[in-house]
Design a protein around this ligand. Sequence first.
Ligand code: F6R
Length: 244
Amino acid sequence: IFDNPAQLAREVARRIATLIRKRQAEGRPVVLGLPTGSTPIGVYQELVRLHRQEGLDFSNVITFNLDEYYPMQPDSLQSYHRFMRENLFDHINIPAENIHIPRGDLPPEEIEAHCQAYEAEIRRAGGLDLVLLGIGRSGHIGFNEPGSGPETRTRLVVLDEITRKDAASDFFGEENVPRHAITMGIGTILEAREIILMATGEHKAPIVRRAVEEPPDRQVPASFLQTHPNATFYLDRAAASELT
Ligand code: F6R
């Protein structure tokens, strides 16, 4: 639990940088799972700063984003492809071929094969070393909404009503928020060697309490992180305020 979101972001970025440097010294790549949204922006800013000012080298980093809206064109204002370019990838030296983000611009009949290929690509990279997560007020991680269990893999999902409400301002009205998304599954996420979930702000406090203190349950997909041997919640005081 951190005093403020800036401290939390610095600490998470420091952990990522330590892992990148360790793998570089070993001559091995590092495979990261990455979220979008407001929560990770401070971490991405700090990683960009470490690249610019301290020479943190991303040439051995491979990334897999958690999710993308469906349908969604990669250049749209709300696209997670665009978000990642603007907030991170355009500002560091990650090779373009190392970046993976689910595609929101495929015809429906190609989605299933795309999701399976995404899983295969993660395996080919050697599996996820570290996944960063935010948490939605619905209890989602990625876009694994209530009802998602630990067996789920990368797939097309229906977005929860709370999630669509929370995205309404980005889309200039709830009616414009896509009803679907493509997301890594809970099972995909739980296979990562290490997981960091970040939550900041008092609006996240009730769902953080349920995820941490209630038994793992499909109604709160983030609660399955309790079953992982190396998952850590990074919270600011506000998000931690309902923990007993
Ligand atoms: C986004 C994602 C979501 C967000 C969650 C929290 O790629 O995977 O699970 O992490 O909706 O969003 P913010 O950080 O905007 O509160």
